[in-house]
Write a protein that binds this ligand. Structure first.
Ligand code: NDP
Ligand code: X2W
Length: 345
């Protein structure tokens, strides 16, 4: 089968290309670039020279659907809400890496994303692609809203405890850190070397666009409205997200008992690794891979659970999970094309 990628010279697209290069059943059919059509991808990314000399194309929904079986959109927020209706009209399946189809409520787009939502009829057709939680819905989906990077790490870390009666649902605090590639390839003052090197900065306090996304999935899965305190930090590394999440417990339980709940919850999920008691993961332990690693600690003095969840923002947080979803949609093994062990050190 063939895949088209839109947003061709962005980081999400380049990560899709890296994974698809090794995928046995899915090859790159088209790469669309707004800014570089007519050039080869290796002109923008010399590390691909003589490996992938894909010519970059202009967007044309009909021609993409004739040459490809699936389209990945790795475009900035506000772009795929216009492109996906055109692609769905010509009958091609879409996986959107942006946030344009993740929220169900159109009004939330105006307040959190500051742009108009996609047409309601298309919003309604989107399946939220958190692979470990919604595999059955993903299998039959025509449009996948691939989860955001922070929501992937935060939700996978929180859901097992929220599915028990042990959590105080009003007590959730997520302290999140991301490497700079999370902001994409575009230049900005905050990712300027002198601004981020040897520096840590909290940003978008109380305003991050991932707040409603995380609240939506947590509320859906625990059958009650959940609100969170969520603070993001930019840290001086290239890739990686760590969410340090705090939840008050309403009963006395030990770390070992919570660890067993998590191991049971993820027992058949290849990409979520729950660390044994006393061990917590670091971002480098998932670098370049599709893993989400989770470590747990119950402070018996405060009866508070600390959850550490780490992912590579460009793999499990974007391109890797998108490929995992296409694997599910086609009945292929979830691991297909995603077998890489993390790059270490
Ligand atoms: N970086 C990350 O870790 C994650 C990113 N995401 C989301 O995935 C999407 C892609 O992210 P990322 O690749 O990092 O972003 P980048 O900024 O690196 O790339 C986006 C690409 O989209 C294309 N583009 C820019 N403006 C337009 C436009 N107006 N119309 C059409 N295409 C345009 C450009 O490529 P070209 O000119 O070649 O078309 C650009 O390079 C974003 O929505 C992002 O929020 C989600 C999870 C994690
Ligand atoms: C480090 C950094 O800036 N990260 C970005 C992640 C954005 C992202 O992935 O965007 P969507 O999920 O909304 O598509 C941010 O915090 O806005």
């Amino acid at each position: 089968m063939k895949a088209a990628i839109i947003g061709g010279t962005g980081y999400g697209a380049i990560e899709l290309i890296r994974i698809l290069h090794k995928h046995p059943y899915l090859e790159i059919g088209s790469v669309v670039s707004n800014s570089q059509a007519g050039n080869s991808i290796s002109e923008s990314y010399p590390h691909l020279s003589e490996i992938i000399e894909q010519p970059l194309e202009k967007f044309d929904a009909k021609s993409l659907s004739e040459k490809n079986d699936v389209v990945f959109l790795a475009t900035p927020s506000g772009v795929s809400s216009n492109l996906i209706p055109q692609l769905m009209e010509v009958g091609i399946k879409c996986i959107d890496l942006s946030g344009d189809f993740r929220l169900r409520s159109a009004t939330e787009y105006e307040s959190w994303y500051k742009h108009s939502p996609a047409d309601d009829q298309y919003l309604k057709q989107a399946t939220y692609g958190l692979s470990e939680i919604y595999p059955e819905k993903i299998k039959s989906a025509k449009l996948i809203a691939n989860p955001g990077c922070y929501p992937t790490a935060a939700s996978l870390g929180l859901l097992p405890i929220l599915k028990t009666s042990l959590a105080d649902y009003e007590s959730i605090i997520i302290d999140a850190k991301s490497g700079v590639s999370g902001a994409g390839r575009g230049l900005s003052l905050s990712s300027h070397y002198a601004e981020i090197n040897e520096n840590i900065r909290a940003y978008k306090l109380g305003q991050h666009q991932h707040i409603p996304e995380i609240e939506q999935v947590l509320s859906d899965e625990s059958d009650r409205p959940i609100t969170i305190t969520f603070t993001t930090h930019l840290v001086p590394m290239t890739r990686g997200i760590m969410c340090t999440t705090y939840v008050k417990l309403v009963e006395n339980v030990t770390t070992k008992e919570v660890q067993e709940i998590y191991s049971e919850f993820y027992k058949n999920k290849s990409f979520v690794r729950v660390r044994p008691e006393g061990k917590v993961p670091a971002t480098k332990e998932v670098l370049g891979s599709n893993f989400c690693d989770i470590g747990l600690h119950v402070d018996t003095r405060t009866n508070r659970l600390t959850i550490i969840s780490v992912i590579d923002n460009l793999v499990k947080g974007a391109a890797g999970q998108a490929i995992q979803n296409v694997n599910l949609m086609n009945g292929w093994d979830e691991w297909t094309g995603l077998q890489d062990i993390p790059l270490y050190p």
